[in-house]
Design a protein around this ligand. Structure first.
Ligand code: IVH
Length: 696
């Protein structure tokens, strides 16, 4: 229940209005951050990797279609998650990148075409690539100086990872001293993983000891690596495949395959399924061969990684955003599994929507244990004729949550009844109605429905609304049960409950005080967050911002909305003419603010908080209104990215230097523009200066 609402990925990006796109980008960012935390931070994912990929892909499609709406916290700019607490940090001198994905054969042909085009390779010029299994583990960077292991770090966010040196040193499978003739300094990167059979034994031992079960070998590897006591890590059956280099001093290789051969001579294990391919069809053969071997491999893999072999080509190709242009991960397709529908539960969301969820006999679908699947809505259940007790085929595909693709009707009992969708709310028993033409049935209980109240409160404190640290879904449920919370204003009244909160299990004085401080911190808060937090139907972050900019205060929005109940009024005209706000959104705004209970909730809330009006966005940035010229090669981001970012921050990017230029950002090998800038006495910034300027 603590999961943020998953964006509706079925909506065709081409048909979205900017405001819808902005809201979807907000939902994607929130959902991706949530799943990143679960996957990387807590080693317990809630959705499948394929579902995660689909979310990421959709976010990228949105960003491609609406570049100006790309968020400052865009998930596509991040790799993994921030460093978790408990371990020290290690900066990666050479960033640890992620990989772009290919799903279809065509994506592989496109990749090769892109690489050839970028390098301007003539048709007859050979282009070799390696094909290596994509190991489903965690990437790790091991630093050796004079042949001795000095540090080990996880990927973290790509530029800074966790210092896991002590734990890694406890593992027999990692070389502590290198053999052969290694360079003076070498960072060897690769995947730390656990064999499938070792994972099963570990889970069994965990169960016997009453300890947490791991969802899959990858999570078991992550959990084992992040032990506080290195001796515990040392006893876990972790293994390592080496496949890349970070910083290297004292040696260079002409090709990736030569580098891999040397890694073996230094004492590392390189995956034996690696091969060198001359063209796309050879890559696809390697992909199919590895795919066929997959089930028999002792460890999990989730695709095949193709890498341009020639290091000079790699250097020229460079990277874009978070991934190298010279490599791609070709993922394996969706996996299927058979299981049973044990029950169909109806969940009630914040706006009263009833969502059916199938409770399944837990089943392993390609390495993830799945026990729930959303059935979306009434029609979906009817269309697929899903019944309690049915044997079903479940698929992990490019969907957000695993889907039931088919019912095995031959296995069904003759007398099994069709599922009847409830016409009243399972929580408050108010009638649940489904307006003509809509797919969703909704509880009409509103503020009388406990489920809606709780979901609404969770939304109110969520990241893009009030964002109150220490007040998550679990606490909201607990405080609601205790009778402390019913409306948003009650959250602020929690600050008078120090003794009661401190007395709760797993709370204590320190947490209670922290929570009170966090709540008090939000008494002054941006108006758009307040409007978004109210949870009005169809009002996402972007629409909330428009309303905040237009009405500047909550009372004036509320008054306008009430007047707008009369569609002939001036207020109605004003509301519908706000760019990108349509009649159906206006109807929801009006409905919300004409409800007496909502009016009281808002008025009560206003006696606890001071919403801050928004400033014009361009004044926020140090470079807004400035003219900037980029010249030379940038290494931390591509030119296109730098330009897009500058424009997002309100600057104008020009192609040539003149007296009107405010800043000239000079990358490597800059030519005449840099000289002209110096002659004109303009402010010249290095790429690092530039990044410091815009990131503060
Ligand atoms: S190369 C700059 N090779 O996949 C390229 N990555 O989705 C760095 N992975 O972060 C990665 N097997 O954790 C590479 N043979 C392989 C891999 C591999 C698994 C993981 C790695 C990486 C992720 C990207």
């Amino acid at each position: 229940m603590s999961q943020p609402a998953l964006p509706d990925l079925s909506r065709d990006v081409a048909t979205l209005t900017p405001i819808e796109a902005a809201d979807l980008l907000g939902q994607c960012a929130e959902a991706i951050a949530h799943h990143n935390r679960l996957y990387y931070g807590e080693d317990s994912p809630e959705i499948t990797d394929a579902a995660y990929d689909a979310l990421m892909q959709y976010n990228m499609a949105l960003e491609a279609a609406f570049p100006s709406l790309k968020r400052v916290d865009s998930p596509s700019e991040r790799v993994g998650t921030e460093v978790q607490s408990g371990f020290g940090k290690i900066k990666h001198i050479v960033p640890m990148l992620s990989l772009a994905n290919a799903f279809e054969d065509e994506d592989v042909f496109d990749f090769i075409t892109r690489v050839r085009k970028f390098l301007s390779l003539p048709a007859e010029a050979p282009l070799s690539l390696t094909a290596e299994p994509k190991i489903d583990g965690l990437s790790l960077s091991l630093r050796y100086e004079a042949g001795a292991l000095v540090s080990a770090a996880t990927r973290g966010d790509g530029s800074e990872g966790e210092d896991v040196t002590a734990n890694i040193k406890a593992l027999a499978s990692i070389p502590k001293t290198l053999t052969g003739t290694p360079p003076d300094v070498i960072e060897v990167r690769g995947e730390i993983y656990m064999d499938k059979s070792d994972f099963l034994s570990l889970n069994q031992a965990q169960e016997e000891a009453g300890q947490k079960q791991f969802a899959n070998p990858r999570n078991a590897a992550a959990g084992s690596l992040r032990q506080k006591d290195p001796a515990v890590t040392g006893r876990r059956p972790l293994r390592f495949f080496a496949y890349a280099a970070g910083e290297v001093i004292g040696k260079a290789w002409e090709t990736h395959s030569a580098f891999l051969a040397d890694l073996t001579s230094y004492g590392f294990v390189v995956n034996p399924q690696t091969s060198l391919c001359e063209d796309a069809s050879a890559l696809l053969s390697a992909y199919h061969a590895i795919g066929e071997a997959r089930a028999d491999l002792p460890y999990d893999i989730d695709g095949v990684v193709y890498k341009v072999d020639d290091h000079r080509y790699q250097a020229r190709l460079g990277q874009v955003s978070r991934a190298p242009r010279w490599a791609i991960a070709h993922k394996f397709p969706a996996e299927k599994a058979m299981t049973f529908v044990e029950d169909i539960d109806i969940q009630v969301g914040r706006t009263g929507a009833l969502t059916p969820v199938a409770r399944l006999t837990p089943v392993n679908v390609g390495g993830v244990i799945v026990s729930n699947a959303t059935l979306h809505n009434e029609d979906e259940i009817q269309r697929k004729d899903i019944r309690i007790g049915d044997k079903v085929i479940l698929q992990r595909a490019g969907d957000v949550i695993p889907q039931i693709v088919e019912v095995v009707t031959s296995a069904r009992n003759e007398d099994s009844p069709a599922f009847t969708f409830p016409t009243s709310c399972p929580i408050c028993h108010s009638p649940a109605v489904r307006p003509e033409g809509e797919a969703v049935r909704r509880c009409t209980g509103g503020f009388a429905c406990d489920a809606q109240i709780v979901e609404q409160l969770k939304h109110f404190v969520s990241r893009n609304a009030f964002d109150i640290e220490g007040l998550g879904a679990k606490q909201i449920e607990q405080f609601f049960q205790l009778g402390w919370l019913r409306s948003p204003a009650d959250i602020f009244a929690l600050t008078t409950r120090f003794d009661e909160m401190a007395a709760l299990d797993r709370m204590g004085e320190k947490s209670a005080q922290n929570l009170i401080n966090a709540i008090n911190d939000r008494r002054e808060i941006d108006l758009d967050r307040v409007i978004f937090g109210l949870g009005i139907r169809q009002i996402g972050q972007a629409t909330a911002k428009l309303l905040a900019q237009h009405y500047e205060s909550l009372p004036s929005l509320m008054q306008a909305a009430q007047e707008a109940a009369d569609e002939t009024s001036q207020a109605y005209q004003e509301l519908v003419t706000i760019d990108q706000i349509g009649a159906s959104v206006v109807a929801d705004i009006v409905q919300f603010f004409t409800d007496a209970r909502n009016q009281k909730a808002v008025t009560d809330l206003l006696s606890d908080i001071t919403p801050l009006s928004l400033e014009a966005p361009s004044q926020d940035s140090v470079i807004s209104g400035k003219t900037i010229v980029f010249t030379g090669t940038l290494v931390r981001q591509s030119r296109a990215e730098a330009k897009a970012q500058a424009e997002r921050l309100g600057a104008k990017v020009a192609g040539s230097v003149s007296g009107k230029t405010d800043y000239v950002v000079v990358g490597a090998d800059a030519g005449s523009k840099a000289k002209k800038a110096a002659d004109l006495g303009l402010t010249i910034l290095s790429e690092d200066d530039w990044l410091t300027l815009i990131t503060g």
